[in-house]
Design a protein around this ligand. Sequence first.
Ligand code: CA
Ligand code: CA
Ligand code: CA
Ligand code: CA
Length: 443
Amino acid sequence: MFIKKLSCVLIILAAGVAPFLVAAPTVTANAGMFADRVEASALLQPAASPPVSDPIFPIFVNPSYEYSPVIAYNSVHNEYLVVWESVLPGNVHKIYARRIASDGRQLISFTVSSNANNQMNPSVAYDPTHDRYLVVFVYDLNGDASNWDVHGRFIPWSGPSASLLDFSICNFSSNQGHPVTVFASTQQEFLVVWVNFQTSVASYISARRVWADGSGFPYSPFVVSSGTENRDYPDVAYNPSRNEYLVVWDVVKTGSAVDIYGIRLSGEGTPLTGGTPSVTGEFSIAGWSAIEEKPAVAACAQADQFLVAWQSDQSKGDYAIYARYLSGTAALGNVYQIVDTTSDQFNADMTCGPGGRYLVVWQDEYTTGEFGVWGRLASPSESFDDEFLICGPHQNADREYPAVNGGSISYLVAWEHDIDGGASADIYGRLLRHTIYMPLIRR
Ligand SMILES: [Ca+2]
Ligand SMILES: [Ca+2]
Ligand SMILES: [Ca+2]
Ligand SMILES: [Ca+2]
């Protein structure tokens, strides 16, 4: 058995934010058959403690190219909805979904959009009041890629309804991309956040509130963040303990590569205070000279807290995953290195799941160049379990772009699963359960 200690790193924050220390979690790793991840002195396989017990299973297998999975958890029926983008022959892009039972059984799959033109970039959230999902995506309005819009469709828990068709959420004449959505229980609304790509101005972040009962919108789209630098890759979390949102995104900066910013919004979309020192409106979350990009955010309501994860090149050529705690008022907390090896870690996703703990997942490069999917549990108290393998690669076959959501007793992780050779990909998944050891009761 090898004991690997990740090195302790001191990072000084950008101007205007206080310095802090990056803690160095200890990782225990065992030698074994999953011995291909890049590491000079340690061979990694799943540690003993993580909640990996169920097998890897196919969610959707098709000759087409399936990618960009996202997941919502249905708390009423204790099942998941996995949504992804398929590229069919003729470069036709469609959004598909499959219900997955809490025991991993495949339930029905279906086409999400009721319209014909190309669709991309899905996101999904669940509304337990109406027992249905909102799936959002970008839609090629004219069929010639000249004007992508943000569309959505309410999907009842059991599958799509002919009486609930696609509707437009943003029809700006510019292109929209990368929409994300979250359900707000107190508001009985969804918040949808996306990027506007215009030729005349830097890309900027907008949002729109959507009434969950399907009766429309409280208000027009509003700007979340704009400026002279390009903004992209928004994510959003809802904190039901305050009826507030945290929206995060990255900004291509001059001199510091890419940084992570965020803003706390009231349930009505009003900018609140955040950051350290506290300001009203947007604030820096990760502003070092390295690349910090593609943030993911989750809220743990019981702890009245957020965790934001991102990928960083650390100015040394290979990427790692970091995360920062924020209080319910979006005051900046400690930053932690979630994982690093001498190779790349990319594309973190995160949820706050069973037992009120965060699960961070990412793709991790092996010595042979392929990627596998790994995860790590983080507590609101800032303690961490060992990182663990969720799905290793196969020869010439990556497992990439993992998504995660948490149910009542389990998490579901789904990812792009290359068919050998990487010529195509399917969607695969794995349930992660917390093992609860009950005392043996004797009669
Ligand atoms: Ca548009
Ligand atoms: Ca930076
Ligand atoms: Ca690395
Ligand atoms: Ca496929």
